[in-house]
Design a protein around this ligand. Structure first.
Ligand SMILES: Nc1ncnc2c1ncn2[C@@H]1O[C@H](COP(=O)(O)OP(=O)(O)O)[C@@H](O)[C@H]1O
Ligand SMILES: [Mg+2]
Length: 254
């Protein structure tokens, strides 16, 4: 995948209804690869847990953040919500528990109030500043995830090579179809990305084969290996460079 042009960002949503499947790690990896290639990336954290925010802004203030874009009583200037990180090519709009009260779960209510479009204009305003804009989502189809889909070009669904039938994949694809038909014609599923892959476990190899048989080319060739080093890189807020030998052996093709 490449950004459509150096002055017009591609916008991606990273979404799965299950927690702990590697959404935030996928976003981190995208940030790492973008940084390595000198591409400008804006991460928009929409998960009130703020895991991505906490890695990038270790000691900084977490508000104001993305909640301002969802608050119908304010007309926030998106530029004022952008924070620099320690990496010159990576910026972030943070999330924190302040998002909770705006992350509605009643779809009818948010559609009536037009809140699902909250990110569309802000993102379009920023497309010229970045190569890639990535939404890291919470593990549910609440307002923040829907709003991210409405503002995105593509969706990546990370999942573990375990019971993918139970990971809410069908609800995610139904939501993508719904958003595409109603609000955002350009939205496409880019693919399913197997994360935390344990290559030595036969059952994981077998699930990967099943997934490829079922979803065909929508399953990425690349998988993200389960590596303590990767986990540490997010915890310690040090980007990883997959191409750097000895530091990180993946992503790879098993
Ligand atoms: N590739 C990986 N290798 C090792 N551990 C991982 C990997 N991806 C995720 N993890 C572990 O799984 C946890 C959940 O990952 P995370 O990206 O936060 O998931 P999500 O955002 O989907 O909730 C992390 O805290 C980390 O411990
Ligand atoms: Mg997460």
């Amino acid at each position: 995948m490449t950004a459509s042009s150096s002055s017009h960002a591609t916008v991606l949503t990273v979404l799965n209804l299950k927690g702990g499947v590697g959404k935030t790690h996928t976003t981190w990896l995208l940030a790492s690869v973008s940084h390595e290639r000198g591409k400008r990336l804006l991460a928009i954290d929409t998960d009130p847990q703020g895991n991505l925010t906490n890695s990038f802004l270790r000691d900084g203030e977490k508000t104001p953040g993305v909640e301002r874009l969802l608050d119908p009583s304010t007309d926030a200037d998106v530029h004022s919500l952008i924070r620099r990180t320690q990496y010159p090519t990576i910026d972030i709009i943070p999330a924190s528990s302040a998002v909770v009260r705006f992350d509605l779960s009643d779809q009818r209510a948010w559609e009536q109030a037009d809140l699902h479009r909250s990110f569309v204009e802000p993102v379009n305003e920023l497309r010229d500043r970045y190569d890639l804009i990535v939404f890291d989502c919470p593990p549910r189809l609440s307002l923040t995830s829907f709003a991210a889909l409405c503002a995105s070009d593509f969706v990546i669904v990370p999942l573990e090579a375990a019971d993918w039938g139970a990971q809410g994949i069908m609800q995610v694809t139904a939501a993508i179809d719904y958003v595409r038909s109603r609000f955002n014609r350009r939205l496409q599923l880019l693919g399913y990305l197997v994360s935390r892959f344990k290559r030595r476990r036969a059952y994981q190899q077998s699930y990967l084969s099943q997934l490829r048989a079922h979803f065909g080319p929508k399953t990425f060739d690349t998988v993200i290996p389960d590596l303590a080093q990767f986990e540490r890189s997010v915890t310690d807020a040090v980007l990883i460079y997959p191409a750097c030998p000895g530091q990180f052996r993946g992503p790879y093709r098993p």
